[in-house]
Design a protein around this ligand. Structure first.
Ligand code: F6P
Length: 748
């Protein structure tokens, strides 16, 4: 438009001049014509010296609107015989000034006048000269009009040209973008003959490299994030996942309302899962769907079974699901805890599978999946499915919400393929889990076991390089995300100073102020290795009798799954063992073991962590074990020693603990003695290292990494939707053909 405007500006004077010249030439010709036409009558009048006749004759002729004035100068005359309109300055002597072939212009107030002088020469004898004056004001008017038209013409032209430019640019841009996208998706490789591919191929590799670099940079920025915090998590949700609400599904609820002595009290369950998910929900809000298992749970929910929690500072919704006694028996006690729990833990307890339990498990999974659909506010919510209670939920949700981002996390170990194969419903469980976008485990070992199991049991494509399983035309990233705890811990947990905690717990158990205390905090579960732990204490007192009466091991054991026979028997055995050890070392004034089988609130548990000299985690098999990490977090005095079973996921992250084999009583006894005699300087060095690790690899990182990977999958999934998964199989270019995968978490 600018170019055309400049052109118009430059052209305008030229157009002016040209049109003016045309008009002058036309009027000259006209003057000549008029002069020729009147030659005969004018000659007669001139020869008759009829001045009045000439003037009348001229006046008649000048009725023509263009002919402004006429005059005649005879050979002698000074003053022209003329119409009254003839300008004063024209007299017969000065006619030569106007005698040029194209006439001359007179500038008058009303406008320009063209003066033409034409000799009257009948038969070769000059009688005089005729003066014709044409009014040129119409030329000005026409020039103005022409200018206006030219202006409009250029405006129209420039608009048209701009429009065409925009349309062409738009079409080429679309074509270009389409071409680039096709190349990025690898379609170019499928249709090599396409012209656009030929044009774009040279930059395709550069673009891919650029995208990879950006992705890496992005990822590194998140990796380098020093402080993973609630804010960081919220930022990821806002930035990567459009601020979507989160829906969590778990069996155990974070707050249980129970009636005690007629009063409703709130209990916090002893659950690693709850410990990890609760801070995430506080940070991200959303809905947590869980089984309402408390005796007063129904009394405090609204009509839609919702309750805003935490009660003192509500930040998310708890949606309670009610189960009938038979559902709870079959799904929770039966299939989940008599079947899957022993199947996945190598604790030498046989799993029991009953078809009636399986039916309840299926039914309850459907029940929870329906609740997810109900709670979803969009077609693509973020759903975090927790643990072995809900293996079928990912597939059930996927069927109803195909665009959902479903992250399933298996909090317990995954057994090897041979062990898993004994489950009669193995295919259904695998199919259900493979409905998720991401399936997380605590350790790489469990990821490997899962992928091996799928390979053995299903017709699925397993990519061991990217750890992705593609099944039913949908990819699931199988990734390691070591779970962790809140950092820094809730202020209320560490409000009581360590010295005070030491004094309080010793007083509580009537122990002297300098008495050495070891602590264990677990559910009363056979996987936790409580018998092995007590055996180690017993062996330590045998090997180091100087500790008899000077050391007490306090075991906090939360009652759990008591209606299952194996758990009931286990508790009896553990109680009996504690009694027998105490009897054996009864000569010491103080008991060797204190066994507290009851529910303890988190702040009470923290008092024990902070007041003890050591913490002993002796699980026979454990996905992660958050007690170990909680103990580390609680010790802001950098003191205390952690004894940690080598069969926990936590042992891979906390090598500064004293790593033990719980089956080896002598080794554990030796470690107990080492812990009790460890110099403060060494305790500090070890504890600081462990604390810095837990600080960095806290629970926000655990959730953040999963959400980031889910966001990446979500982005890539949208691209993948346009290219059927089957096409990937034919591609040879690994870069273009890689289905969406989540990058693996860096190993601490
Ligand atoms: O270890 C997996 C886990 O879900 C823990 O998070 C939790 O402590 C336990 O199993 C379940 O306990 P419960 O059956 O009492 O909810």
């Amino acid at each position: 438009m600018l170019v055309l405007a400049a052109l118009a500006y430059a052209v305008m004077p030229l157009v002016d001049k040209l049109t003016f010249q045309w008009f002058v030439r036309d009027l000259d010709l006209r003057s000549q014509l008029v002069a020729n036409t009147i030659e005969q009558p004018l000659q007669s009048l001139a020869e008759a010296r009829d001045t009045v006749g000439i003037r009348r004759f001229f006046t008649r002729i000048t009725q023509d609107e263009r002919l402004f004035a006429m005059g005649f100068c005879d050979k002698m005359g000074r003053r022209p015989i003329a119409t009254p309109t003839l300008p004063k300055q024209i007299d017969c002597y000065g006619l030569d000034d106007y005698a040029a072939p194209t006439g001359e212009l007179l500038r008058e107030e009303k406008g320009s006048l063209l003066v033409s002088v034409i000799p009257l020469v009948p038969l070769g004898d000059t009688l005089g000269r005729t003066v014709l004056v044409h009014d040129m004001s119409f030329v000005d008017r026409r020039t103005k009009e022409t200018k206006r038209y030219v202006f409009y013409f250029f405006v129209g032209l420039s608009a048209l040209v701009s429009l065409i430019t925009v349309v062409v640019a738009q079409l080429s841009w679309r074509g270009w973008v389409h071409g680039i996208r096709s190349l990025m998706r690898g379609e170019g490789l499928l249709r090599p003959a396409q012209q656009s591919e030929g044009e774009l191929q040279p930059i395709a590799d550069d673009l891919r490299a650029l995208i990879r670099d950006l992705d890496t940079e992005h990822r590194m920025r998140d990796e380098e994030r020093l402080a993973w915090s609630p804010e960081a998590l919220r930022e990821i949700l806002d930035r990567e996942l459009r601020g979507q609400d989160i829906i969590v599904v778990s069996n155990r609820e974070p707050y249980i309302h129970v009636r005690k002595n007629g009063e409703i009290v709130i209990q916090r369950p002893a659950s690693g899962l709850v410990t990890a998910i609760e801070p995430i929900m506080r940070a991200c809000s959303g809905v947590w769907i869980a089984h309402g298992s408390g005796s007063a749970d129904r009394e405090v929910v609204d009509r839609k079974d919702h309750l805003a929690v935490p009660i003192d500072d509500p930040s998310y919704q708890l949606r309670r699901i009610w189960l009938s006694p038979s559902e709870e028996k079959g799904y929770y006690y039966g299939f989940a805890n008599e079947g899957l729990w022993p199947l996945c833990h190598i604790a030498h307890v046989r799993p029991t599978f009953r078809s009636s339990d399986w039916r309840q498990y299926e039914r309850v999974n459907r029940h929870f999946a329906a609740a997810v659909i109900e709670e979803a506010k969009s077609a693509d919510p973020i759903v975090l499915v927790q643990d072995y209670h809900f293996a079928l939920v990912p597939r059930l949700v996927r069927e109803r919400l195909p665009d959902a981002t479903i992250i399933a996390f298996w909090h317990i170990p995954w057994p090897n393929p041979e062990a898993f194969a004994i489950c009669p419903w193995r295919h259904e469980l695998l199919d259900g889990l493979l409905g998720s976008s991401i399936l997380g485990f605590h350790t790489q070992f469990h990821c490997n076991n899962f992928v091996d199991t799928v390979d053995r049991q299903l017709e699925a494509r397993v990519d061991r390089e990217t750890f992705t399983v593609t099944y039913k035309a949908q990819a699931t990233g199988v990734k390691r995300y070591p779970i962790s705890v809140d950092w820094p811990p809730d202020e209320k947990m560490t409000a009581t100073p360590v010295e005070q905690c030491r004094a309080m717990i010793r007083e509580r158990h009537q122990l002297p102020p300098d008495h050495a205390i070891g602590v264990g905090v677990d559910r009363m579960d056979y996987t936790k290795g409580l018998e092995e732990r007590f055996r180690a204490v017993e062996r330590m007192l045998e090997l180091h009798p100087e500790w008899i009466g000077k050391f007490t091991f306090v075991q906090i054991a939360a009652p759990t799954r008591a209606s299952i026979e194996q758990y009931h028997n286990y508790e009896l055995r553990v109680r009996a063992m504690a009694e027998s050890i105490n009897e054996r070392f009864a000569d010491g004034k103080h008991p060797a073991i204190v066994l507290a089988v009851k529910h303890h609130e988190p702040h009470e548990v923290y008092q024990y962590y902070r007041g003890a000299d050591l913490c002993f985690v002796s699980s026979l098999h454990d996905g992660m074990n958050l007690v170990a990490k909680e103990f580390v977090v609680s010790r802001d005095d950098d003191r205390g020693v952690l004894l940690l079973s080598q069969f926990t996921g936590a042992a891979r992250e906390l090598p500064e603990a004293l790593i033990v084999n719980p089956y080896d009583a002598d080794q554990c006894a030796g470690a107990l003695n080492v812990a009790l005699t460890m110099p403060i300087r060494v305790q500090r060095a070890r504890m600081r290292l462990m604390r810095s690790l837990v600080q960095e690899f806290n629970v926000y990182r655990w959730a953040g990494r999963m959400l980031l990977d889910a966001a990446t999958l979500r982005r890539r999934g949208k691209i993948l939707l346009r290219v059927p998964v089957t096409k990937w199989a034919h591609l040879s270019d690994a870069t273009a053909a890689t289905p969406p995968t989540a990058p693996s978490e860096s190993v601490p």
